[in-house]
Write a protein that binds this ligand. Structure first.
Ligand code: NI
Length: 249
């Protein structure tokens, strides 16, 4: 069940049975010569949709622009300042809390978002912690989960891509997007075959070190079939992890 494809009456009815929602969160940033700009948003979105359809839980709209400052030397990348992203996450959460949602599971597709998501959680909880009465008694609980950390996902990705998985524009994330959008598969010869590794500094330095955008990867190995295998494992693990979050006090 997806929030943006529901009516308000359907959300009202859903809230009578569950106070939880999964929010995919990602980024719009370059993903090398054959990866889509939306990769980090598409991955959590398609995994969450699969899991939500199977298990009957609600999936919210994708928060699809995040922390992409270091990709800004590549066309098409869009970024938020950390302070902007925190403010928007606080407002999304407050909106959902007003309707009665109490458990918000932020399902992340971009490593660069992690610090800012945790800072946003501190900002959300701070509203209540700073009050004298009822301090630390928060009406909303947030959880961050990165899709690639779900049980079984890392093992499967290493098994399918023992060489050239890399750390940006990875073979596995590109595969997931190809499974979601098979018409967008790009056949590109990688040069060098495996991209260099190195530190991430500012945007211009990133482009000098990693001229085509990849870090350590050979995403020409990506296929829709491999992506489908990842989605199947990840969505099953997401269902279990989200249920544990709902059950936790
Ligand atoms: Ni990515």
């Amino acid at each position: 069940m997806q929030l943006h494809q529901s009516t308000w009456q359907e959300i009202d009815a859903y809230l009578a049975g569950s106070k939880g929602i999964v929010l995919p969160i990602g980024s719009t940033e370059q993903h090398g010569p054959n990866g889509l700009l939306g990769t980090d948003a598409i991955c959590p979105e398609v995994i969450a949709k699969r899991a939500g359809d199977e298990a009957g839980f609600l999936v919210g709209p994708t928060f699809n622009v995040g922390q992409a400052q270091h990709h800004m030397a590549f066309a098409g990348t869009i970024t938020l300042r950390p302070s902007t992203m925190i403010a928007v996450m606080v407002d999304w959460t407050a909106s959902l809390a007003r309707h009665g949602f109490e458990k918000i599971y932020w399902f992340n597709g971009h490593g660069g978002n992690i610090a800012t998501i945790n800072a946003a959680f501190a900002e959300i909880y701070g509203e209540w912690s700073l009050k004298r009465a009822g301090g630390n008694s928060v009406p909303v609980r947030c959880q961050l989960r990165n899709w690639w950390e779900l049980s079984g996902v890392d093992r499967l990705c290493k098994e399918m891509f023992p060489v050239g998985e890399g750390s940006h524009a990875t073979a596995s994330e590109v595969s997931v997007t190809y499974a979601a959008y098979p018409d967008e598969v790009k056949r590109v010869e990688m040069s060098p075959k495996i991209a260099p590794n190195g530190p991430i500094l500012d945007a211009d330095d990133y482009r000098r070190r990693f001229p085509d955008g990849r870090i350590g990867s050979d995403p020409s190995q990506a296929t829709p079939e491999k992506g489908e295998r990842i989605i199947a494992v990840a969505s099953a693990a997401l269902i279990a992890d989200y249920r544990a979050f709902l059950a936790a006090s």
